[in-house]
Ligand binder design. Sequence first.
Ligand code: PLP
Length: 402
Amino acid sequence: KSAFADVKLVIPAEIFHLTKLYQEDKHEKKVNLGVGAYRTEDNKPLVLPIVKKCEFEVVNDLTLNHEYLPMSGNPDFIKVATELLLGSDCKALQEKRVAAVQTVSGTSACRLAADFLAKRLKRRAVFFPDPTWENHGEIFKHAGFKQFKNYAYWHKKRRQIDMSKLLVDLASATEGSVVLLHGSAHNPTGMDLTKKQWKQVAEVIKCNNLFPIIDTAYQGFATGDPDRDAWAIRYFANQGIELMAAQSFSKNMGLYNERVGSLVTIIKDPKLVPALISEQMLYVRPNYSNPPAFGSRVVAKVLGDKKNKEEWLKTLREMTDRVKTMRKELLQKLQKLNTPGRWDHIVKQRGMFSFTGLNEQQVARLIKEKHIYLTRTGRINICGLNTKNIDYVAESICQIVK
Ligand code: PLP
């Protein structure tokens, strides 16, 4: 008997499965609103021009080689990435209270954070927003967390953040619990806290001595301005709150498959920074040993040069502007068609996603009858919309909800 005789075919992660179904679909009007990746007006993936230029420079730089990076990553990358996240005038940076290590994008930044908190700091309970990115639970489970709790986030009926319940839920968290927050462009709802609400959350975190992880997978994708999108993390840092942040360049530089990101830990005592990094390496070494170099070199070039960075910011604004336009148009079209229900949340939401409020049956019908692919939670990737398919999508939604 084979050692693998019990192996069963499991349902693949929904998002990858949706992409496969979409690719296999032969219908001429098919639309992919599933996977969280930017698409141009022509429904093509975008290689940002400045990223392409820097890639060429890296490839043609004959001084570079393929030697291993240090376990903690490429120092040039870490410097610019951390400044992008925290701002170069950040007090914690100036006081050298920031421990930053390069990771295999945002996913492994979350995993390293979870590993360290569970195994080294013996944290057992983690609070996620309801809903959250579907991978968070698995990541924290594999790291050894034992108690998984939700705090209220999305109010289904009102289609907005349920702030009063959110605060009650966090206030009930026992001391030392880990709280996962989304820095900007919350996935999947697209609803972010206001500054006033962030301040309230910071207050509860301080009062209850909770430990925040700020997952920052979409810096710049909410407003088009990475500084504005980093307001919450910078506020927390200035409040003297110790925290971890998982940073990703998948979305804001379109470097998805290059796996570029970092785990940034802000602590009270600068003397502990070298020790903390050295201990974090105890979890990196048996996991992936050291991170990949190429993407980190590209990001270092984009952010390390003023002109390059300006060009990146310009493209980022163009990307977010296109998303905002698509949001407005989708709302207008749904309203013009007299689609039953309220839809104005579509323009209040930010980033790639809109949590439409469509239920599971409606989603199943959109996929089966209309060849429009979206997750069963009713989340759509607004980037998948363009002037050629938006009428079809609006009409299809209207027909399904009627
Ligand atoms: N965190 C959130 C909330 C995400 O939506 C994603 C990607 O979809 C990630 C983290 C991780 O992405 P990556 O590993 O490509 O950086």
